[in-house]
Design a protein around this ligand. Structure first.
Ligand code: AMP
Length: 290
């Protein structure tokens, strides 16, 4: 018998959460868009370390996709996801539909102003408003004590931290390490779009990050030189078209222009064919790339 609760309505979700809270159980929450891989599952494991009951949501949020983006093709596999979520040890799956998440005449959107502007915000102007809005709705529906997000989407993680503080959610936000394939490629549901040649080319992102970390540890601390090192590795890969290659403060996301610090992060967005891939890493310190 399945031990995973599958909840498709707000009433069912709220009843379950209420029952757990009456037993003083701590609720952990992992929001996802499904088509789960080991990166998502690592967040479930992390949530289990921080709470007594873990709820995973699977919802492909239309408002975070731009008009020419991949909403219609975004990969979906609810049955497979359900099996993986159960196997990972989560307690409930919440999979709302659009009518629940965006009732008719929905007019309220959440905008985390400054952190949403740079990096992915430049190429994807509506993206982070969609993310902040859907996470707000999910936080209000689930009312978790702790929520876990991956550092793979580092800008998103910082936006959620800021929003949680600004809107007094009182939820602990935990960031999970980036889970990678054996050649270093950060796992992503969008990797499914890559053909074999593109899949090989996609390793240039993690290669660039490794090169930059090595350069920093050998004493290259000039922002310009570190950026050049990353740009060189991406330029060597003919199938890769960089969208941005930037060095930024890990908390404020402000650009680093002169001397970089160990905690500063390199951020990459690179198109391989029509697939847009992102990755990031700190210049020094513990990292899955080592
Ligand atoms: P998504 O389904 O792409 O919206 O991602 C759901 C959550 O999984 C987000 O918090 C992502 O940052 C996280 N995530 C996606 N890929 C990875 C990965 N390779 N390692 C760790 N977390 C990830």
């Amino acid at each position: 018998m399945s031990s995973l609760m599958v909840l498709a309505t707000l009433d069912a979700l709220r009843q379950q959460v209420k029952a757990w809270k009456q037993q003083s159980l701590k609720i952990g929450f992992v929001p996802t868009m499904g088509y789960l891989h080991d990166g998502h599952l690592s967040l479930i494991h992390l949530a289990l370390e921080h709470s007594d009951r873990v709820i995973v949501s699977v919802y492909v949020n239309p408002t975070q996709f731009g008009p020419n983006e991949d909403l219609a093709q975004y990969p979906r596999d609810l049955e497979g996801d359900q099996a993986k979520i159960e196997q990972a040890g989560a307690h409930a799956l919440f999979y709302p539909d659009d009518a629940i998440m965006y009732p008719d005449n929905a007019q309220t959107f959440v905008n985390v102003k400054n952190l949403s502007r740079p990096l992915c915000g430049e190429d994807r102007p509506v993206h982070f408003e969609g993310v902040a809005t859907v996470v707000t709705k999910l936080f209000n529906a689930v009312r978790p004590d702790v929520a876990v997000f991956g550092k793979k989407d580092y800008q998103q993680l910082q936006i959620i931290r800021q929003m949680t503080q600004d809107l007094l959610f009182g939820i602990e936000i935990v960031g999970g390490a980036i889970v990678r394939e054996s050649d270093g490629l950060a796992m992503s549901s969008r990797n499914a779009y890559l053909n074999p040649e593109q899949r090989q080319a996609a390793a240039c992102l993690s290669r660039a990050l490794r090169t930059v970390r090595q350069a920093f540890s050998s004493g290259t601390h000039s922002a310009d030189e570190l950026l050049q090192a990353a740009k060189y590795v991406i330029a060597e890969e003919s199938l890769a078209q960089p969208q941005y290659i930037e060095l930024r403060n890990s908390t404020t996301l402000e650009t680093i222009t002169e001397e970089a610090q160990a905690s500063d992060r390199m951020f990459l967005a690179v198109r391989v064919g029509s697939t847009r891939l992102i990755d990031n890493a700190p210049l020094a310190g513990p990292c899955e790339l080592d």
